[in-house]
Ligand binder design. Structure first.
Ligand SMILES: [Zn+2]
Ligand SMILES: [Zn+2]
Length: 382
């Protein structure tokens, strides 16, 4: 083990949060941790509210003209951690594998600055639960608690394993895809493996359907548009010599436009309906949670990109204009009604998001706090 420097205040917050990952709307310890930390800040300029397991903080502006918002998500994932950390998850089977521990630590770092140095404009800090599912952004936006603290512009970041520390990436327009979960349950008739004519085999039906679903991408979606259907899991049957009465497909749909999502879903429904006829079975489709695209408002994003390029090199921050990705993020709901943007924060690590071994480079934390503190200050004085 190499000797590492003493972690900064915010790296320490990240490591504390890393040890208590909780899934959507179960972020009770996480919420308490945030509230405990925020209670140590100077209180004269701030007000705190909770919404479900989320936390909202208002920093009162000195001469407010508008309200700027910053959002960090809070939830972890049902993944068994496999890192070399000595601050590993204390919740067996759960892990902060999507960097939301870093997102919160960065949010707390920015908040810490502004709690002592309020700017002209009001600031709303949003610690949002349940990003990974079932989705906290949409109900939070509709909540009474956020109503009078609703930002006029809003910003967020997401860690990016593929970029080195010091690199951030974004683009005007669409950044992340429209996403939908996909669950298809098939019910036929079970029976003895040697008497297929007396049964109605859902393993066969499921296999056919998996292949057919890919034809939606190949034959229905415009080749100049983009969409993905992935079936990540198949369950079916009970035993090797029994014909399966039930099968279940679990997957996800990703599209670059909301219209294509509608098209893909209608084609899936047509194929499943046809399967019911062809196999004399019953099928049920459930789309689970759906996330709207992340669409970066063009003017504000371009202005931010230019500001980074012109002013942030001395802070060792490089900006690249990236391509859109087929990942999903429920921050898209914020950007549907509030102009703003999201950007990727380089954390240079060989393992991807949602991987049990992901170890984001923690130097990105102080770097992002500095960047967003300077940006919000600049933004507010305009
Ligand atoms: Zn994630
Ligand atoms: Zn995430």
């Amino acid at each position: 083990m190499s000797v590492t420097a003493t972690p900064s205040r915010y790296v320490k917050l990240r490591r504390d949060l890393h040890q208590i990952p909780e899934t959507g709307f179960q972020e009770f310890k996480t919420q308490q941790y945030l509230l405990d930390y925020i209670s140590t800040l100077p209180q004269e300029h701030i007000e705190i509210r909770t919404w479900k397991t989320g936390v909202l903080v208002n920093v009162r502006g000195t001469q407010p003209q508008k309200r700027l918002g910053y959002r960090a998500d809070m939830d972890g994932l049902p993944i068994q951690e496999d890192t070399g950390y000595d601050f590993r998850s204390k919740h067996p089977g759960y892990m902060h594998a999507c960097g939301h521990d870093l997102h919160m630590a960065i949010g707390l770092g920015i908040l810490t600055h502004f709690a002592s140095h309020p700017v002209q404009d009001h600031l709303t800090f949003i610690f949002q639960p349940a990003e990974e599912g079932p989705g906290g952004a949409k109900p939070m936006l509709e909540s009474e608690e956020l109503k009078d603290w609703m930002p006029d512009e809003i910003f967020a970041l997401h860690i990016a394993p593929e970029y080195p520390v010091g690199t951030i990436a974004t683009k005007p327009g669409i950044l992340f895809a429209n996403t939908s979960e996909l669950f298809i349950d098939l019910t036929g008739k079970g029976g003895h493996a040697a008497f297929p004519h007396n049964a109605n085999d859902m393993v066969i039906a499921a296999c056919q359907l998996v292949g057919q679903l890919q034809t939606v991408i190949a034959r229905n979606v415009n080749p100049l548009d983009s969409a993905v259907i992935t079936i990540g899991k198949i369950d079916g049957g009970t035993k090797q010599n029994i014909i399966a009465e039930k099968a279940r497909l679990e997957g996800t749909i990703r599209t670059l436009s909301a219209d294509t999502m509608t098209l893909v879903k209608s084609r899936i429904e047509a194929l499943v309906h046809g399967l019911e006829t062809a196999f004399a079975c019953q099928a049920h489709i459930d789309y689970g949670s759906n996330y709207l695209q992340v669409y970066n408002e063009e003017k504000i994003t371009s202005e931010f990109m230019q500001w980074v390029r012109e002013t942030q090199q001395s802070y060792h921050i490089d900006l690249i204009e990236c391509k859109e990705a087929m990942t999903g993020e429920d921050f898209g709901y914020f950007l549907e009604s509030i102009p703003g943007f999201m950007f990727w924060l380089g954390v240079g690590t060989p393992y991807g998001l949602h991987h049990a071994k992901i170890e984001p480079d923690e130097r990105s934390i102080d770097l992002a706090i500095g960047l967003m503190t300077r940006y919000l200050t600049w933004k507010s004085n305009r």
